[in-house]
Design a protein around this ligand. Structure first.
Ligand SMILES: *[C@@H]1O[C@H](CO)[C@@H](O)[C@H](O)[C@H]1NC(C)=O
Ligand SMILES: *[C@@H]1O[C@H](CO)[C@@H](O)[C@H](O)[C@H]1NC(C)=O
Ligand SMILES: *[C@@H]1O[C@H](CO)[C@@H](O)[C@H](O)[C@H]1NC(C)=O
Ligand SMILES: [Fe+2]
Length: 482
């Protein structure tokens, strides 16, 4: 039996298209642009007098209480708060049982003026030498106006320590911000990795800029007083207002939200690193110099050398402007930092890069664009097993609203994208596995939407897995396995 040429041609085409279809599933390269359309709540800031910003009762009561990691390893906590009426005490009393405060630490006070706004008295107190995996209670303020909080220290830095991080970006202080924050607090995550653009106070003018930093401090206290928020700066942290006579970028957030940068040998609070449980977290500044020879470049080069994947298998980078984003908003603003650092991310096998800035959600496949150079013309990102997964979570819910327009067609590197509000969680199980979730804020309801199982870039590779198995079997034989 013989088929005519035309039928043969069609058959061949059919077989070929089946092959292409199957292989694209294998590579997982068919990205999804979510069809979810949010019935937009107005993205307006909550009014000043709303209870979300309530000032705690009592004369000079501490307000805007928040904590962050205070050292490199997770055995210190930096506690910050503001008093409005007078400087008051710089002391923190703390201990391991409620109402029993065995220890006292003394902090320092700072304040600033911005235009005619005078900040309250801003206190920072470092408490050190804490035990791992321990709940501590702390008290600040004095007499009837004192307030009590608690936090839990992370487990010791070791490769199989499990830990749950939350990732929030571009939060602001709208009703959407409030519901995102409430959803995050239901997640039972233990530490927030905040990818920049905190309060959006810089959208205001004159004295209102400072006032909106104060409301934001009271707004996030419900979470930030009880667990560390790891701060990364965004463009809304620049505070540059020539028309108000503020002609030097001011960075008022640094008075309020200090970071433990000296512990990682950094020269600036805007870029630094911490180790927490089984993760090494590197915080970069998209709005500070990062080209070759600048302090941030030199520091990052050295910090990447200090990463010890035998102790901290998970290598996570935070920055504000995303490198791989296919949203029309802020298109290619991350390209210069990509050119500076992407080859290092591949070489050191970074697991995840979280960014904000674009007010939508997007997750990439493992892709790289290091082949691109200005003479080769190889300008398309390619699948690359050494590359991190890039995740944009600039969807906290601030007053600028959503970035709803994605570029069509969806580029190959883009795995999932959706223009709505939400937050992410990263649940590290052990050195090889982590579970990742993005939770859409669906008109006020929390809906798990995008998720995947992450294999560690260092321990997940076949060679090391085999080595790990052998090691594990040997310890079973030795009777040393738990
Ligand atoms: C800061 O506080 C001190 C002590 O109360 C006060 O003398 C000073 O004027 C304040 N400075 C600013 C910039 O508000
Ligand atoms: C530029 O890219 C081409 C093609 O990938 C490569 O052969 C060449 O070595 C690159 N040039 C430099 C200076 O790295
Ligand atoms: C790591 O966690 C994953 C997911 O919970 C589990 O399947 C795997 O067996 C764990 N590996 C080890 C070595 O415990
Ligand atoms: Fe931004």
């Amino acid at each position: 039996m013989s088929l005519d040429a035309r039928t043969q041609g069609l058959l061949l085409q059919f077989l070929l298209s089946c092959f292409v279809f199957l292989s694209s599933i294998e590579e997982g390269s068919a990205g999804i642009t979510s069809s979810f359309i949010r019935s937009e709540w107005p993205s307006v800031d909550i009014p000043l007098e709303n209870e979300a910003f309530a000032v705690p009762k009592g004369y000079n009561a501490p307000q805007q209480v928040h904590i962050t990691q205070g050292d490199y390893e997770g055995k210190a906590v930096l506690i910050s708060w503001v008093t409005a009426d007078e400087p008051g005490s710089n002391k923190v009393q703390y201990g391991k049982s409620e109402n029993k405060y065995q220890y006292t630490a003394e902090g320092r006070m700072t304040n600033y003026t911005f235009y005619k706004y005078k900040s309250g008295y801003i206190h920072h107190c470092l408490i050190e030498g804490l035990e791992y995996s321990t709940k501590y209670y702390y008290r600040i303020g004095s007499g009837d106006s004192s307030r009590e909080f608690w936090f839990e220290t992370p487990p010791k830095v070791e490769p199989d320590a499990s830990y749950k991080f939350g990732i929030i970006g571009d939060l602001g202080q709208t009703y959407n911000s409030l519901s995102t924050l409430e959803h995050y607090m239901q997640s039972e995550a233990q530490t927030v990795l905040f990818v920049g653009d905190l309060s959006y106070a810089d959208r205001y003018q004159y004295n209102d800029v400072g006032l909106r930093w104060d409301t934001w401090g009271r707004f996030v206290e419900r979470s930030a007083a009880y667990q560390p928020w790891i701060w990364c700066a965004g463009n809304h942290e620049i505070d540059y207002f020539p028309y108000m006579g503020e002609v030097v970028p001011f960075r008022s957030y640094l008075y309020r939200y200090p970071t433990p940068y000296l512990a990682s040998k950094s020269s600036s609070p805007m870029w630094y690193a911490i180790r927490r449980a089984s993760a090494h977290i590197i915080v970069l500044s998209s709005y500070s110099p990062f080209v070759k020879y600048t302090p941030q470049w030199v520091w990052l080069k050295e910090e990447l050398e200090r990463v010890d994947r035998e102790k901290t298998p998970w290598l996570i980078v935070l920055m504000h402007a995303p490198i791989y984003s296919s949203n029309e908003a802020h298109y290619m603003e991350g390209e210069s930092i990509r050119a500076a650092f992407e080859s290092w991310f591949l070489h050191y096998k970074v697991d995840l890069v979280f960014a904000g800035h674009v007010h939508a959600y997007e997750r990439s496949y493992r892709f790289s664009n290091v082949n691109y150079n200005i003479t080769s013309g190889n300008r398309y990102p390619v699948a690359d097993k050494s590359a991190p997964v890039y995740i944009t979570v600039g969807d906290g819910g601030n007053q600028e609203g959503l970035a709803a327009r994605f570029i069509d067609p969806q580029p190959e590197y883009s795995a999932f994208r959706e223009a709505s509000y939400g937050h992410s969680t990263l649940e590290i199980q052990n050195r090889t596995h982590a579970f990742y979730h993005w939770n859409r804020n669906d008109d006020g309801k929390k809906v798990p939407t995008d998720s995947f199982v992450l294999r560690n870039q260092y321990w997940g590779s076949n060679g090391r897995r085999r080595k790990l198995k052998k090691h594990y079997l040997r310890s079973v034989v030795d009777g040393t396995a738990k």
